[in-house]
Design a protein around this ligand. Sequence first.
Ligand code: ADP
Ligand code: MG
Length: 536
Amino acid sequence: MEGEELSGAQLIAQALRDQNIEYMFGIVGIPVTEIAIAAQAAGIKYVGMRNEQAACYAASAVGYLTGRPGVCLVVSGPGFLHALGGMANATINCWPLIVIGGSSDRNQETMGAFQEFPQVEAGRLYNKLSVRPSSLEVIPAVIEKAVRTSIYGRPGSCYIDIPGDFVNLQVNKSSVKYVECCLPPPISMAEHSAVSEAASILALSKQPLLIIGKGAAYSHAENNIRKLVDLCGLPFLPTPMAKGVVPDNHPNCVAAARSTALQHADVIILLGARLNWILHFGLPPRFRQDVKVIQIDICAEELGNNVKPAAILLGDINAVTQQGLALQKSLPMNYYTVFHHIREMIPKDCILVSEGANTMDIGRTMLPNYYPRQRLDAGTFGTMGVGLGFAIAAAMVAKDRAPGKRVICVEGDSAFGFSGMEVETICRYNLPILIIVVNNNGIYTGLDANSWKEMLKLGNPATCVPPVSLLPNSHYEEIMSAFGGKGYFVKTPEELQNALKASVTDKQTPSLINVMIDPQSERKKQEFPWLTRSNL
Ligand code: ADP
Ligand code: MG
């Protein structure tokens, strides 16, 4: 509308609204009362508090919880000073915040005006940006810049100083420089080379530890981080405010053994946490002298603080975790990847039969049971060869007493060999058992096809093939198809998911999924190796 007039207070409120600001906390008084009233009129929720410090803490927590800064509104001088604690707290926490402070009228500056104080200068130490708009016309642009600065890069607090005479001053709408809502923060990814470097460091580690910080919580990376923890079988430790990014009751959570975990880790993935006092600066005696740190942060200046990292990944945690997951997909699967997908896709109330060495051990932690008497495995005697017999029994009993209940038999390739011919029995009686063979070409560990060929060149296989090796890439699934059941040979997570989906949905036909994994894939190192001493 031509000629429409707006007050400074209305301009501020409208500009905040245009930047999708939802919440304002503060204490009114000269000269900001009109700003609070205008904010309410613009649809911003205003909460009047009793001290500016509490108001500022509240506004900063809104920023952490929603990713959009809350606003703290304060009066000049003491009101502004009371809010400094909140600004510092937000900036040190890396939380976005906007503080709007009234200040004395411009024409009384240096004269000893009411509550006169150099607020812009004082704000500089505590804020990413501390500014006063030069005129009413630029208020929307300054507010956009403050909101953008508070959420782009490492989040933090921004201060906007409003001279008292701006609040009721009128301006013609047509002369105002309107600015649209800033774009959501750009999402940056780490260099590819840094991601592969990190992956190879991780692959060689014996005692990796993932430390999850509140930066990970802020970046909403929970789904990707949960996948990464599952797929890599990573033990993890949350910092206090990162608790819940992966649930505290996840089997890989080592919070109860925090000191031990920190002390023994040879590789630490630092995901949105700083190596400050909370993490003992990453230094001995709390950490190993030779610990390799893979550091992921959105703030370049943070990388390398206190400990020289082995790999630095500059980027948004959610995006970088996604990059890590994508890389994981291109590698041969390991036990954790396979069990993750099995766990996601099998019915919770199925009867699980399991035998093998690593397959059964890792399956114990990765494949939960929810009901009693639904897990049958190598048992007290540690017997190999019980699996298919147990599965047949379970399927017979289930048929009579719990029709429709699935029997899923998770076998190591070696274990499967002990009673593989019972597949014919399964097919003869048409028992819809799903057998999953986790195939690593051997007992404990095996050889890949190339190493196998090289090995044979050395001479008589009976003198040179390692006793733990079995024939590489054996097509065990063909035993199932030989008798009329469905056989699947899978090498990738996608193929595994598809095969699982098909065999779980088909409740009539026996099936066997032969899952090839990295022959060198192993379980995580044990703290008490008395049972595995002889393992290669
Ligand atoms: P904690 O207190 O949980 O240890 P800190 O506050 O020390 O966590 O560390 C949080 C880190 O997260 C900061 O270094 C910050 O730069 C970083 N950060 C914040 N948001 C992101 C994000 N989206 N992506 C990556 N890093 C982030
Ligand atoms: Mg095996």
